[in-house]
Design a protein around this ligand. Structure first.
Ligand code: 5GP
Ligand code: MG
Length: 177
């Protein structure tokens, strides 16, 4: 389909849905990972909004790093090839790491992010994805914590883009003709 004729459509997750679920995830994560420092690695750019809101909701001591993953280019289908830039992850060795991802689709992005982080010998690695699309999985990987399980529709807003547009939308919408 020609994506020029498409636009943000119906609200899939409202601002209130997002805030409530983020608070719930923070409680789950705090219960599962005991007190002390947590090194939170946000995958850019899609998980920026969720990552910052989650850190606020966690309300505990954190340090923050970033990893930049891209597999989509300007399209709506994963190219299958994940490109990672990992120079801003911060110190990982012997630390407890929480990887924050926006969406798990085929699973390739999370898999390569986890492999890259693990190769630097952290004390532990946990993963949280705001949205899971289990129908499209191509590699066997799941996040430890999942916000919402979604249908196979392309989503924009709350950090999620189409060709870099729509990240600023306060809620998550479908992207449709
Ligand atoms: P995977 O490697 O699991 O196929 O793809 C994961 C990445 O693709 C996510 O981190 C996200 O950046 C992007 N992605 C997957 N589904 C969507 C979607 O519905 N909307 C947007 N904007 N990005 C998506
Ligand atoms: Mg992403």
């Amino acid at each position: 389909m020609d994506s020029d004729s498409m636009a943000p459509g119906e609200v899939i997750y409202s601002e209130e849905d997002i805030a409530q679920r983020t608070a719930g995830l923070a409680r789950e994560i705090n219960a599962a990972i005991p007190d002390g420092n947590l090194h939170v690695i946000i995958t850019q750019k899609g998980a920026l909004y969720f990552g910052v809101d989650l850190i606020r909701a966690l309300g505990r001591r954190v340090t923050i790093g970033f990893i930049t993953a891209s597999s989509y280019g300007d399209g709506m289908e994963s190219s299958g090839e994940v490109q990672l830039r990992s120079e801003d992850t911060g110190e990982i060795t012997a630390r407890r790491v929480l990887i924050v991802e926006d969406i798990i689709d085929t699973g390739r992005t999370l898999q390569s992010v986890v492999n890259t982080i693990r190769s630097r010998k952290p004390a532990s690695v946990h993963t949280v994805a705001f949205i899971d699309k289990p129908a499209r999985r191509e590699v066997a990987i799941d996040a430890d914590f999942v916000g919402f399980s979604a249908e196979d529709v392309f989503l924009v807003g709350y950090g999620l883009d189409h060709a870099e547009a729509y990240r600023e939308l306060p809620c998550i919408r479908s992207f449709e003709p």
